[in-house]
Design a protein around this ligand. Structure first.
Ligand SMILES: [Zn+2]
Length: 168
């Protein structure tokens, strides 16, 4: 992970792919985290994430997006036969960007074995998570959230996945 000039962001993405916290609950969380020593001068401290980070923000795109690695990308494969699903995955994602909880779950159909896999259940290496929001730890010193850090994020997002994003 120590490539020259690359940095690592740690993203906490809700397991609920349609969850998006209200902006005032994010502001409240920042105030609480500052009071608790998890954030100091807008930077997460080592009490939040090992080694601290250069910044923290809530990403909230207008629709569902794929959170995953950027530098070097990621590979999506069929959980049934292992075939590559890059193209089918991309079009299923595009088609369901504006879906909501009430939409039928979008599936990805494997071009080799014809298995239809629900979009969030395709295999991905390194792991990805589809979502409408993420708590982003920018340019981290280490990648492990502390126990207190995990609890703090879970209070805001509910159960969440941790995604590493290496960027240039
Ligand atoms: Zn397949």
């Amino acid at each position: 992970m120590a490539l020259n000039r690359s940095r690592v962001d740690v993203l906490c993405v809700p397991q609920d792919i349609d969850l998006s916290p209200a902006s005032d609950s994010w502001d409240d969380a920042l105030v609480r985290w500052s009071a608790d020593g998890l954030v100091c001068a807008d930077r997460p401290t080592a009490q939040f994430i090992g080694g601290g980070a250069k910044g923290i923000r809530l990403d909230h795109p207008t629709g569902r997006v794929v959170y995953g690695n950027q530098l070097g990308g990621f590979h999506v494969t069929c959980p049934s036969c292992g075939a590559g699903l890059a193209r089918a995955f991309a079009s299923a994602m595009e088609a369901s960007r504006q879906d909501t909880r009430s939409s039928p779950v979008a599936t990805v159909r494997c071009p080799r074995c014809d298995t239809a896999t629900p979009l969030p259940e395709v295999d991905a290496r390194p792991p990805i998570q589809i979502g409408r929001c993420a708590v982003v730890f920018v340019d981290v010193g280490g990648v492990e959230l502390t126990d207190r850090g995990r609890e703090a994020v879970e209070e805001l997002l509910g159960p969440f996945a941790v995604i590493f994003r290496r960027t240039s």
